[in-house]
Write a protein that binds this ligand. Structure first.
Ligand SMILES: Nc1ncnc2c1ncn2[C@@H]1O[C@H](COP(=O)(O)OP(=O)(O)OP(=O)(O)O)[C@@H](O)[C@H]1O
Length: 243
């Protein structure tokens, strides 16, 4: 595809630097996610993955570069207007409200919407997808297992009608069976047309489900390409797939 008819990326991160005090956590990072794509950003602990997501959401300032969402700069955009525009993040640690019930947490996802009947229908769909949440809908979220809390976080994100979903290590600390379940849901959401940027330490699964991937090392991108190519790249296999 030539430049002229390439689609406008849903997310376009151009040459960003992010520093904490004097420490540069991310350097000259370029990445993009096209509409409908599922893209993985993988890397070791401390590589700068979460920092990149925080920068996209405006939670840490850029020392250089720019980030465009649907062709518009995100500089100075408040978080609520990003959410209204469909840019939704599920943070590391899930970001749910531990004192609120599952039901209340889910309805927080739809707070900017007024289509009550549609919301009620979608809440039921979330419960169908995650029957464990349906059984516990009046239970406070803080008393749920890690996997159940991740289901609440994903359910809440679905209810906010994302166009671009940013997932920060959704399988962290989960048992293998739950990891598979979460990946199934990610693939499902992707098939429904939601664009996804997935940050994961589980490089194998992330690259298996993704159309493209980026590898971040010490704040810099070192490799990028189609997910299945990265899966077979000797450097990726040695560094991230334990081979
Ligand atoms: N609030 C902060 N203050 C200072 N340094 C920070 C802060 N947050 C992150 N860092 C540093 O920035 C670097 C990148 O961290 P980041 O959390 O983005 O990595 P990560 O790839 O998401 O790692 P992990 O997989 O362990 O979550 C690390 O060296 C980290 O110590």
């Amino acid at each position: 595809m030539t430049e002229a008819n390439a689609p406008t990326p849903m997310l376009d991160v151009r040459g960003i630097d992010v520093a904490y005090g004097g420490i540069r956590a991310v350097r000259k990072l370029n990445l993009h996610v096209n509409p409908g794509e599922l893209v993985a950003l993988i890397g070791a602990n401390g590589a700068g993955k979460s920092t990149t997501l925080r920068a996209i959401c405006g939670l840490v300032p850029l020392a250089a570069g720019a980030i465009h969402y649907k062709g518009q700069s995100l500089a100075g955009q408040p978080v609520h207007s990003m959410v209204r525009e469909g840019l939704v993040m599920v943070p590391e640690g899930r970001g749910i409200f531990p004192q609120l019930t599952i039901e209340e947490n889910l309805s927080m996802g739809a707070y900017s919407r007024s289509d009550k009947a549609a919301i009620a229908h979608e809440v039921e769909q979330v419960y169908q997808r995650f029957p464990r949440l349906a059984e516990r809908r009046k239970q406070t979220a803080g008393t749920l297992s890690g996997g159940e809390q991740q289901m609440v976080a994903m359910g809440r994100a679905i209810l906010s009608k994302p166009q671009l979903l940013l997932l920060d290590e959704p399988t962290m600390g989960l048992a293998p069976i739950m990891v598979d379940k979460i990946f199934e849901v990610i693939e499902d959401i992707s098939k429904q047309g939601v664009t996804i940027l997935l940050i994961e330490q589980n490089a194998r699964l992330a690259l298996e489900v993704s159309q493209r991937g980026y590898v971040l090392e010490s704040g810099e991108l070192t490799l990028q390409g189609p997910g299945h190519e990265l899966l077979h790249d000797p450097k990726v296999r040695a560094a991230y797939l334990g081979e």
